[in-house]
Design a binder for this molecule. Structure first.
Ligand code: XIL
Length: 684
């Protein structure tokens, strides 16, 4: 085992923007009824700049030209660089290990720009810059709120928050800046540890700096047996410029894991994201293309990177995601057209595994991807792994990310995903599981509603039961985060507060935790019967054929496959007639071959509706691939959606909204008519 490099004193932090102005003000669980404590307010109502200064020679002054609240604000003029802007010393205000919410209102004086909220921190004279809220469009037309979370994880001797712009150096104003936190609750010690209850395989959590400090660290080591650095081992963190390797982010995390006896999943050696642009820049300074020279240089850089990063940790990291997200099921060969691929073809994958094996003969080497439950994607991944293994490429395992949500995918589809890879004789790991409370991009709750948390608990219950049944195949299950106070889903695919993990924002056990640890505590859901039971050794039938028109949304996280994977739920309550109804149909996003839509059905009558069945015609050949908040059957052009158990009752004036992903070819006509329980509805 190679010794770890001596750890430098390092500042670790996590910054995550949020949609809401305040942290959850009311939520379903008793633990989540927090009253935030405000440690800093700058309202600029006293005629002064309240301690704010410029970062350089720009002018920062109190102003009454505009104000968000009251009569005063703070104006900045005379900026000569985008990083210049109002700045405030918060050393002594912000304490290490506490998760703060920082909020500021911003307005341009004229025109528009992208504005961001950042922190500059220094330790021993070395400066680092953290983004709390990323580029946010701001104009002169109104005030825009920037809110994000920030946790400082070690000692600093300089700490200032500041507001800067993304593009130009225009004047702007800020107002009503607050820094607040929700007092910590003690970690629950009287509840079972996840790692003790689920002992078939290590259960892990992805971590950033904040998860190893204080209560977070205690929660982490109590419940989990494995960790995955969420960002610290990626290329941009480990080799930001050519042949300059830095482990300042990752070393403390790995040292924590080692000290606490936790396994480590290394994530990730090769990816198309979070890879610095120099990697893909040729010797001539131009973006690389498919030339022999560029390919040779790219593969040499790849080899050097893996030799250094994997070599730095040696046997300390026994499992690596060697390549990440290389599949694009919409390509006939199934391979993502990343720069890796366009310059080096499949050889980048071959090289990565070969080199990783040379450096780490005993490590388990994984190929990792998202949406591996989607048949088209799963099958392309299978074909690639089968081909490469037949060539002798040392792929030991397939990683299923499992970024899922409360109503997708089905358990059967997930089981089919696992079964698919059994004949290959590879290990399988669930590498990045989280269960978003949002089935679509259109919703946003300031705090998770109780029924969503329960739905989520059922998903965790059923998925973990499935994984445990397949313990001969599944060798690890990692959640993409420790607790809901720090989840990447707060900003992906849109900015809003999500709650996808087992512990809430105050580190308390959620229904989801009980779904994993003791499902008797969350009652029985109708979906429990959805579990299909097929033994892991069952032989695998050829996968359902999928037409090539499936496509991927621009965000890359949701795939549409036109295979009919939807089934009647059988849990519809008896229907009664609808005296009056109206329907609103909306396409919320569209891309070549696919689109996302939303249908709202409203009860405009005077009697409650108990159980509904909504029908329309897709006359353009559109095929629904996935639908949430309802069950769908599509027969030819006729689409019939029935309620789920929780949205079947429509009070007078009440409504329910279903969302879906669909394929389309040629044209995508909007349905002209809708019926509810056989009665024609008004169309909005
Ligand atoms: C995410 C991190 O969690 C974020 O902090 C970062 O901004 C973007 O990447 N699939 C992966 C992970 O393989 O590396 C991604 O992690 C989430 C999706």
């Amino acid at each position: 085992m190679r010794a770890l490099a001596r750890l430098a004193v390092t500042t670790l932090l996590v910054a995550a923007p949020l949609a809401a102005v305040t942290v959850a003000t009311s939520t379903a669980s008793a633990a989540d009824d927090p009253v935030p404590i405000t440690v800093l307010t700058s309202d600029f109502e006293d005629g002064s700049a309240q301690g704010w200064t410029g970062r350089a020679a720009e002018t920062v002054a109190h102003s009454t030209a505009v104000a968000h609240g009251g009569a005063g604000s703070l104006a900045v003029t005379g900026r000569t660089a985008t990083w210049q802007g109002p700045s405030l010393d918060v050393l002594g205000v912000v304490e290490k290990g506490t998760a703060y919410t920082i909020s500021a209102w911003v307005r341009m004086t004229s025109g528009s720009d992208n504005v961001r909220l950042s922190v500059e921190r220094r330790s021993g004279g070395v400066a680092a810059y953290d983004q709390v809220v990323g580029n946010t469009a701001v104009t002169a037309g109104g005030w825009v709120n920037l809110t994000g979370r920030y946790t400082l994880a070690t000692d600093v001797d300089f700490l200032r928050i500041y507001v800067e712009t993304g593009s130009a150096t225009g004047d702007f104003a800020i107002d009503d800046v607050t820094v607040s936190y929700v007092p910590a609750l003690p970690i629950q010690t009287g509840i079972p540890a996840v790692r003790d209850v689920v002992d078939e395989f290590p259960v892990g959590a992805a971590i950033t700096g904040a998860e190893i400090v204080g209560d977070h660290g205690r929660l982490l080591s109590r419940h989990f047996a494995s960790v995955t650095p969420g960002n610290a081992l990626k290329w941009d963190a480990t080799e930001p410029s050519e042949n300059t390797f830095t482990y300042a982010q990752a070393d403390p995390l790995i040292a924590y894991a080692t000290a606490n006896g936790l396994a480590v999943r290394g994530h990730t050696l090769v990816w198309h994201n979070q890879t610095p642009s120099w990697v893909f820049t040729g010797a001539d300074g131009q973006p690389m293309t498919a030339t022999a020279e560029d390919k040779e240089l790219l593969l040499a850089r790849l080899e050097n990177h893996i030799r250094n990063v994997a070599g730095h940790y040696g046997d300390t990291i026994a499992v690596w995601d060697v390549v990440n997200e290389v599949i694009d099921e919409n390509q006939s060969d199934g391979l993502r057209r990343s720069t890796w691929y366009t310059v080096a073809g499949l050889d980048y994958i071959r090289t990565a595994f070969r080199v990783a094996r040379e450096v780490l003969p005993d490590a388990k080497l994984f190929i990792n991807d998202y949406n591996t439950n989607v048949p088209a994607k799963r099958d392309k991944l299978y074909a690639l792994v089968a081909q490469l293994r037949a060539e002798g490429v040392p792929i030991d395992g397939v990683g299923h990310q499992m970024h899922i949500n409360v109503s997708w995918p089905t358990l059967a589809e997930t089981e089919a995903m696992i079964q698919k890879f059994v004949p290959l004789g590879v290990e399988q790991q669930v590498t990045e599981m989280d269960v978003s409370i949002y089935p679509n991009s259109g919703e946003s709750f300031p705090a998770p509603p109780a029924d969503r948390l329960l739905q989520q608990a059922y998903v965790y219950r059923d998925m973990f039961a499935l994984f445990r049944r397949y313990a001969s195949e599944i060798t690890s299950v990692t959640l993409w985060g420790l607790a809901d106070d720090n989840t990447w889903l707060d900003t992906f695919p849109v900015t809003r507060k999500d709650a996808p993990l087992l512990f809430d924002t105050r580190l308390q056990a959620k229904p989801a935790y009980w779904g994993v640890v003791d499902p008797s505590k969350i009652g029985v859901s109708p979906s429990a019967s959805a579990s299909v039971s097929v033994s892991p050794s069952a032989s695998i039938s050829p996968s359902a054929s999928v037409s090539p028109s499936g496509s991927v949304s621009p965000s890359g996280s949701v795939s549409v496959s036109p295979s009919a994977s939807v089934s009647p739920s059988g849990s519809v309550s008896p229907s009664v007639g609808v005296a009056g109804c109206s329907v609103t149909y909306r396409v919320t996003g569209s891309w070549p071959g696919g689109f996302q839509g939303e249908v709202k059905v409203a009860n405009t009558g005077t009697a409650a509706v108990s159980g509904w069945s909504l029908a329309w015609q897709f006359t353009g050949g559109q095929r629904i691939a996935q639908l949430w908040n309802g069950s769908v059957i599509q027969s030819g052009a006729t689409v019939t959606v029935t309620n789920t158990s929780w949205n079947g009752t429509l009070a007078p004036g009440g409504s329910a909204t279903v969302g879906f992903l669909s394929s389309w070819t040629g044209s995508n006509p909007v349905p002209a008519a809708f019926t509810v329980n056989g009665t024609a509805c008004a169309v909005n």
